[in-house]
Design a protein around this ligand. Structure first.
Ligand SMILES: [Mn+2]
Length: 350
């Protein structure tokens, strides 16, 4: 990027908060007027994307800024219960480029899909993310791969900037961290995750309501979809790799969409001896296949996904392959087997 000289790459919370405060100071507080600040989620948003986005937009509005949460496509059913979800607008809500845009939980601008122009056209862009592979495409870049979720970072920012965390924002932040930590069970769960949770619950948040909102209320079709997923299990590499898959027809016949499949990649990882779990699911009517990867530490599926054109986190990653699931299987399994072999070599060297 040409703006590299004036862009800053921040690692610690304190300097990030200071830089973001400077950006906010340049935007006039014109609540009620047309939104001047866009807070962007990514495409096929997960709980962290939606929750963080809703929370930051809500906190900024509370502080008097004309901020809007911007999404592309429908809000997945699991997150429609969030009080702030109804306030998410499409990119078309911005007739002119925003004065300031926040990119949350997105490794690069393409993750914003149809809202990409907002982040690239904004007078100033702030990137807040916890993916190591983030391309630092903002004027201000705060990337903390030690954060379990962007939600944790937004919570820390609120405290530094003394932004009030109202009930809507609290729910969003809790949903963000609850989902990205696998209900506080994944290896990314830290003291900070629990500190944030404690702080929000102390402030009146009902954790059971958020858990029920995200994980409860499943339509019958989602249950049937999960049954199909479980019966598709196959083991490879002597039981070190588990694969599950869903075809485009599995979704249409159960009346579900790929949004219902968000948590499925984690299921086969719990089988004894499995080091890499792979979940293939067809999108765009089977023209392309999304691949969810989960691993048992120290196996790093972020590196595996990187070789397949994707990315994410060391134990939870993904990529997108052209073609149906059979084609994806061939390509990804070959790399996964190689990956497990390579790991043995690296360990020997250490
Ligand atoms: Mn995230």
């Amino acid at each position: 990027m040409t703006a590299m000289a004036s862009s800053s790459d921040l690692h610690d919370e304190r300097s990030a908060a200071r830089a973001i405060a400077r950006e906010l100071a340049t935007v006039r507080r014109t609540a009620g007027a047309k939104p001047r600040i866009a807070v962007l989620t990514h495409e096929r948003p997960d709980g962290d994307a939606i929750g963080s986005c809703v929370a930051l937009a809500s906190m900024l509005r509370g502080a008097g800024y004309a901020a809007a949460a911007v999404g592309v496509g429908e809000v997945p059913r699991q997150f429609t219960f969030l009080a702030g979800a109804g306030a998410i607008v499409g990119p078309e809500a911005f007739a002119a480029p925003p004065a300031l845009a926040f990119s949350l939980d997105a490794t690069d601008p393409s993750r914003h899909g149809a809202a990409r122009a907002l982040i690239e056209g904004a007078a100033r862009a702030v990137v807040i993310d916890h993916h190591a592979s983030n391309t630092r495409f903002g004027a201000v870049n705060w990337v903390d791969e030690g954060a379990a979720a962007v939600g944790e970072m937004i919570w820390a920012l609120a405290r530094r900037l003394r932004l009030a965390v109202g009930p809507d924002a609290a729910e969003g932040l809790y949903a963000a961290v609850m989902t990205d930590t696998g209900r506080f069970t994944f290896g990314n769960t830290t003291v900070r995750s629990f500190e944030m949770a404690a702080d929000l619950v102390r402030g009146g948040l009902d954790p059971a309501r958020v858990a029920e909102g995200v994980y409860g209320g499943r339509p019958r079709g989602e249950w049937d979809l999960e049954a199909r997923l479980r019966s598709s299990l196959r083991l490879a590499a002597g039981g070190r790799i588990a694969t599950v898959e869903l075809s485009a027809r599995d979704f249409s016949e159960t009346g579900t969409t790929s949004a219902a499949a968000m948590d499925f990649a984690s299921l086969p990882r719990t089988i004894a001896g499995v080091e890499i779990a792979i979940f293939f699911y067809e999108i765009d009517g089977g023209a392309r296949t999304k691949v969810g990867l989960r691993s048992a530490a120290p196996v790093d599926v972020n590196r595996l996904a990187g070789r397949l054109g994707g990315g994410g986190h060391p134990q939870a990653s993904g990529c997108l392959v052209e073609g149906g699931r059979a084609a994806a299987r061939r390509i990804v399994l070959r790399e996964a087997r190689r990956h497990l072999g390579a790991r043995g070599v690296e360990r020997g060297r250490r």
